[in-house]
Design a protein around this ligand. Structure first.
Ligand SMILES: [Zn+2]
Length: 434
């Protein structure tokens, strides 16, 4: 047994120190070490620098691992995903409301079964790690057992994960309905048991306005007041038919977003998936409240919901993270999700640099989740969750990269063409887990 738990990792290293914006080149916020060393002690980063400067200073018993021709980046952060939808990913032919009725609700009914929930949670978390995702904000189902299974599986892997029980008391099958009071009590019990246990955090999770009564949304707001450092996780303004339905269900609200604001659900640590059909008042409200949008381009394209205007959101000062939204999104890979984000931006006449993409998937995601003091980049003091990317993950990528001469161009090719095959290893608290 060694006296020190020092480990050092030598590789090319790339991370963001802040939002690189849309300017090019955004040098100040990008730290790239062509031959770098990352030093980890007791699960936390203690040093980062060039191999020249750090190798000579390492303690004699420090273990050194070297990754030639690979790239260390921070662990990727998925700000919106549904673990119970793992088995219904890539379901054919519907838009949001029909997709929920046809595929989602029948699948989610099965999660009253703890054993099934745990088996899916184990597969789901391993799939995240295979794709380099180390933190995610995760929907359970209406069943408390689904969240118990998820948190147990995440705890076993020492992961920093945020999750919650769906609150849903109307406009869904009767065996998926709770009540305002039962959803409050069940959420409260889960918060008491799991919130801030190890690296785990709880999100109060009303599915979306159509499936919660005003009484239930009021209860969700009560939970946030009683437990002010929990999260709020929901969907907003994803699909035009859904937006019209919310207008009928909440006729006194100015907008869909306003339904949540009226119930005290917009605050720092509120994460709203999609935000596709917001007006300027809504965007200003998002920015001023400190809430964050989860940009889920793969899902938005797959179920035909619309195009998220990232440029406008950033101009309004909104916090934005990147989400896969599996099972409406079609990949667990945030590299593939970047590729869809890039194409979405092209259709809106904007660019998305690979640095901005990496920021969204790492430090930007951490800022959206108010976890940037713990994760998101590789500065000393942060938790040592990181990913080793393989420049030769596929024959095509290896061939394309022979023609890329800057880290900008290499990163762009990696993010457009890469997927789980590009992830050579994933480390949690400095320990290899994939
Ligand atoms: Zn979703």
């Amino acid at each position: 047994m060694k006296s020190s738990r020092c480990k050092a990792f030598r590789s090319a290293i790339l991370h963001l120190l802040g939002d690189p914006g849309h300017d090019f080149p955004p040098q100040q916020q990008v730290e790239y070490l062509e031959d770098g060393v990352l030093v980890v002690e007791n699960g936390h980063i203690t040093q980062i620098g060039s191999a020249d400067s750090l190798l000579g200073q390492l303690p004699a018993d420090c273990e050194l691992e070297t990754f030639p021709d690979q790239l260390i980046i921070p662990g990727l952060i998925d700000t919106h995903i549904h673990y119970p939808q793992t088995d219904m990913i890539a379901a054919y032919g519907e838009q949001l409301l029909e997709w929920l009725e046809t595929y989602t609700f029948p699948t989610e009914k099965q999660f009253s079964d703890s054993a099934l929930a745990r088996e899916v949670a184990d597969f789901f978390l391993d799939e995240l790690l295979r794709n380099g995702t180390t933190t995610a904000l995760v929907f359970g189902t209406v069943h408390p057992a689904s969240v118990e299974a998820f948190f147990s599986a995440a705890e076993a892997r020492k992961l920093r994960m945020i999750a919650g029980k769906v609150m849903m008391d109307r406009n869904c099958p009767s065996d998926l309905q709770d009540t305002p009071e039962s959803s409050y009590q069940e959420s409260k019990a889960l918060i008491e048991k799991w919130h801030k246990r190890g690296r785990l955090l709880y999100a109060v999770t009303p599915r979306f306005a159509p499936t919660s009564s005003p009484e239930q949304l009021t209860k969700a707001g009560q939970l946030l007041r009683e437990y002010p450092d929990t999260y709020l996780h929901t969907h907003v303004a994803e699909n035009p038919a859904e937006v019209a339905w919310v207008r009928e269900l909440f006729p006194t609200s100015r907008s869909y977003l306003d339904v949540y604001q009226q119930h005290g659900l917009l605050q720092p640590r509120s994460v709203l998936a999609h935000c596709l059909h917001l007006d300027d008042t809504d965007k200003q409200c998002m920015a001023e409240s400190g809430a964050a949008a989860a940009f889920c381009p793969s899902s938005n394209l797959f179920i035909g919901s619309g195009l998220f205007d990232l440029h406008a959101a950033k101009t309004w000062g909104m916090r934005v993270g990147l989400g896969t939204d599996v099972g409406a999104g079609t990949s667990f890979s945030l590299l593939q999700t970047f590729a869809d984000a890039y194409k979405t931006m092209q259709l809106l006449g904007n660019k998305l640099s690979p640095y901005q993409g990496l920021y969204l998937a790492t430090l930007g995601g951490a800022e959206a989740l108010y976890l940037d003091d713990k994760i998101g980049n590789l500065v000393p003091g942060k938790e040592a969750d990181f990913v080793v990317l393989n420049f030769r993950g596929t024959p095509l990528l290896e061939r394309r990269l022979q023609h890329c001469h800057s880290i900008h161009d290499k990163l762009f090719a990696l993010m457009m063409l890469g997927d789980d095959r590009s992830v050579a290893a994933t480390y949690i608290l400095g320990e290899r887990c994939k």
